[in-house]
Write a new protein. Structure first.
Length: 148
């Protein structure tokens, strides 16, 4: 039976896949669009750790890294019983297009409709901020800052 609690998002990013990939795997570049701290080791088994809001750490490990094309990592929240670290899976494909990149995200393994809705809200917000940064614009202050 298919997993009913999956977030699926697609977005056009006005930058080449290599630039988008760097914004998702370089700890300093991640902080331009998401988070206040990041420790990222983008290789199979490597750590994914981002303090997303300044009050909440997302933690997991990379399962698949295909430079400039694909990332897959386990995902969860430190201190969460509903979505503990490593309990879900984020898969991101970056597909080159003539005018930029198609970002295709799938976040599976979420435990409930409520968690699916909350993570959808988060991904819509942060993919939007990523698109702004990739296009060379300032996304402004993060309205999710401080959210637990």
């Amino acid at each position: 039976m298919p997993d009913p609690f999956v977030v699926r998002r697609e977005a056009h990013i006005a930058a080449p896949p290599a630039a988008v990939f760097a914004l998702m795997t370089d700890p300093e570049k991640i902080l331009r669009w998401m988070g206040t701290e990041a420790e990222i080791k983008p290789e199979p088994g490597g750590l994914y750790l981002v303090n997303v809001t300044g009050a909440r750490f997302a933690r997991g490990s990379f399962r698949e890294v295909v430079p400039v094309h694909r990332l897959a990592y386990s995902f969860g929240w430190d201190g969460s019983e509903e979505v503990p670290p490593g309990s879900s899976l984020v898969e991101i494909d970056l597909i080159e297009q003539p005018d930029g990149t198609l970002l295709r995200l799938t976040h599976s393994g979420l435990p409930s409709a409520a968690q699916c809705a909350g993570h959808t809200e988060g991904w819509v917000h942060y993919i939007g901020r990523l698109a702004e940064v990739a296009a060379g614009r300032d996304p402004g202050p993060d309205i999710f800052s401080g959210r637990k």
